[in-house]
Structure formats: structure tokens, C-alpha cells
Design a binder for this molecule. Structure first.
Ligand code: ATP
Ligand code: MG
Length: 337
């Protein structure tokens, strides 16, 4: 079988700085894939961020540069990856409108990701239509450049499935072969839990350790992390399952044997939370402080960040224009060409 050329698209919502969940769930794969793929795109999803932040455009605007800085500091390389801002490629909005006819309201409201996120955001009876429809716009984000490979956290897989449904329907309805199947690339840590033990570390849930946190902040957060509420005295037997400190040690501490020994000791009794938390603090400081240092360096020159985005936007629009010529032709709205 012919090997498919990889076109990668990935992105973040500019709703806050990026955290450890992003790092393990997606950014590490972005860095890896940029050396394997024939083209790579990194999108700042400002339009998507506005779907649940319509009343707070300043927040979205201010975080555009923050998410770009986080990605650059982790090694996403503008020489290999096209950085762009979603709103600055209007073809994506056009493609979204056209895709909207290929999906039902029922499909969107039954999508597991959407169901969870609606609950988390507590919209009740006031769900913004744009929010409900973001999987449609995400299909357009991916397909405007014909991407087929998307590194994501596991929370996003049902949204990718929806994009696959849309592209299948597009190809079948208009009898074309314009778009090919999208594969989600999930990492070995597909969903990092929050420091509160919540199912997912998430900007919107306030349970994050950020890639820009100072050593003092890291220590403070680790000290607050959820462990085993039944483990009160050092001599008490402790639970490892669901204990955030052990989850993070499993994920970030390279001394696997050492962690296993600590687990055994904790379960037997005789090991205090503080010892574990001190160890985890050190592990996380060692991981985050070089990223933070690169980030601070890059942040000194915001103009050069905007330049990276400007030239990336130009590049993304070139791809978008090419795809839209084919899309308009398929839909018979290419009146004057
Ligand atoms: P928001 O709360 O605004 O939705 P978020 O923290 O969920 O923010 P996104 O910008 O929505 O972050 O996600 C960007 C990428 O990072 C997605 O691919 C998502 O799946 C991944 N990701 C986010 N949080 C985690 C996590 N805790 N573990 C693994 N991957 C994650
Ligand atoms: Mg999210």
C-alpha cells in the first residue's frame, strides 16, 4: 500500500496559558511529528475560544501570544510548522458554513465530548449555538489544508470522529475524493488528571500546573494536590489508585523502580505525603524550569512572535485558497471561474 503523506494540524484554544496536560497529551507529539510530516500546521483557535467566551474577547486576544510562546518554548519549530491564527484564515469560516449542512443537530448534541463540556461549563438551557457547532468548525480547521493527522488528547477523539463523518458525507454527496480520513494521534498519557483529582487538567477548570509556573507556584500546587483523604497519619496505609501525586510520579518521574518502591511503602503504611510531594516538586521543577526559561526569553520580543504568525497566516491562506477552489467547484458555487 502506498504510504500516505502526513499532513499535520493541531492547535490550542487561547483561553489561558498551557499546562502539563497539553505538554504530555499533545505538544510532545507535535514536536515529534514535525520531523515526520510533509506539512505541519499549528493553529491558535481564537474563533473556537470565542464560542464559550463571547463576552470576554480580551481574554482570548491576550492569550493568543501566550499559547504560541508555550509551543515555541517546548520546541514546536516555526521553520517546520506553520503557525497561524484561525480567525485570520476566513476560508475556514466559509468551509464551516458549507459543512454545517452535512451534520445534524442531534449528532452534535449527542457527541460525548460536547456533552461533557456542556456539563463542565454549566450552560444549562443557554448553550451558545456556536459552541454546540464547534466540531463542525473543527472539521474545517483540519480540512482546509487537507490535514490527515491530528495529535490530540483523548477528550478530543469524538470530535475527530465527527470530522470524519463530515468528510465522508462530503465526498459521497458531491461524488469527489477531496478529503481523506483523519487519524488522531494520542499519546501514552492521553488524559492527564487535574491536581484536584478531577478527570482532566483543564484551563477552564482551574486545576492546572502551567508550563510557565514559577518554582514556588509548582511547589504550592503540588502541596495542595489530591492524595488519599484516608491517609491521615504517616503510619496509616495509603491508597495509590486515584492518588494524584502517584499518578504524576508515574507520568513524570524517570526513576520507575524508585516510584514502585515508594508505592509499596505507601500501601503498607509508614510513608508520609510530604516526602512524596517533595519528590514530585523536584521532578516537575526539573521538567518545567527550562521550558519557562525559554519562554521568558522569547517573550522579550513579542514583535518577532507576531512576525511568525503573520508569515504563517499567509502560508495557511495559500493552502486554504487552493482547497476552496475545489470545494466551491464540488458544490457548484464556482460561478465566475
Ligand atoms: P479549555 O478548558 O479552554 O477547553 P483545555 O485545557 O481543554 O482548555 P484545549 O486548548 O482545549 O485545552 O486543548 C488543546 C489540546 O490539548 C487538545 O488536543 C486537548 O485534547 C489536549 N489536552 C488538553 N488538556 C489535556 C489533558 N489534561 N491531558 C491530555 N491532553 C490534554
Ligand atoms: Mg478543551
Amino acid at each position: 500500500m502506498e504510504k500516505r503523506e502526513k499532513i499535520v494540524l493541531t492547535g490550542d484554544r487561547p483561553t489561558g496559558k498551557l499546562h502539563l496536560g497539553h505538554f504530555v497529551g499533545s505538544i510532545k507529539n507535535r514536536v515529534k511529528l514535525q520531523d515526520e510530516a510533509s506539512k505541519c500546521f499549528y493553529m491558535v483557535a481564537d474563533i473556537q475560544a470565542l464560542t464559550d467566551n463571547a463576552d470576554n474577547p480580551e481574554k482570548v486576544r491576550n492569550n493568543v501570544i501566550e499559547v504560541v510562546l508555550d509551543n515555541l518554548a517546548c520546541g514546536v519549530d516555526p521553520k517546520k510548522t506553520t503557525f497561524f491564527i484561525q480567525s485570520q484564515v476566513p476560508e475556514i469560516a466559509e468551509l464551516t458554513i458549507l459543512f454545517m449542512n452535512l451534520v445534524t443537530l442531534q449528532q452534535l448534541s449527542h457527541n460525548p465530548t460536547i456533552k461533557t463540556e456542556l456539563k463542565e461549563r454549566g450552560f444549562g438551557e443557554s448553550t451558545p449555538f456556536g459552541f454546540l457547532a464547534y466540531p463542525v468548525s473543527q472539521a474545517a480547521d483540519i480540512l482546509f489544508c487537507k490535514a490527515n493527522t491530528v495529535p490530540v488528547g483523548i477528550d478530543q477523539l469524538p470530535v475527530l470522529e465527527q470530522a470524519n463523518e463530515i468528510l465522508k458525507k462530503f465526498n459521497a454527496t458531491y461524488n469527489v475524493n477531496l478529503f481523506s480520513k483523519i487519524t488522531g494521534v494520542v499519546s501514552d498519557i492521553p488524559r492527564l488528571v487535574g491536581i484536584d483529582g478531577g478527570a482532566k487538567m483543564s484551563k477552564s477548570l482551574g486545576n492546572c500546573i502551567y508550563l510557565s509556573d514559577s518554582d514556588v507556584e509548582i511547589e504550592k500546587k503540588v502541596m495542595q494536590a489530591y492524595t488519599d483523604p484516608g491517609h491521615i497519619h504517616v503510619e496509616d496505609k495509603g491508597r495509590v489508585d486515584g492518588n494524584v501525586v502517584f499518578t504524576y510520579l508515574d507520568d513524570f518521574d524517570e526513576d520507575k523502580k524508585g516510584v514502585e518502591e515508594l508505592k509499596a511503602q505507601y500501601q503498607k503504611g509508614g510513608l508520609g505525603d510530604i516526602v512524596l510531594k517533595k519528590r514530585l516538586t523536584k521532578v516537575l521543577i526539573d521538567l518545567i524550569s527550562p521550558i519557562r526559561a525559554r519562554r521568558e526569553e522569547l517573550a522579550k520580543d513579542p514583535k518577532s512572535i507576531m512576525k511568525i504568525l503573520e508569515s504563517g497566516i499567509e502560508n495557511a491562506r495559500k493552502e486554504a485558497r487552493k482547497t476552496m477552489i475545489e470545494v466551491r467547484k464540488a458544490l457548484k458555487i464556482d460561478y465566475f471561474s
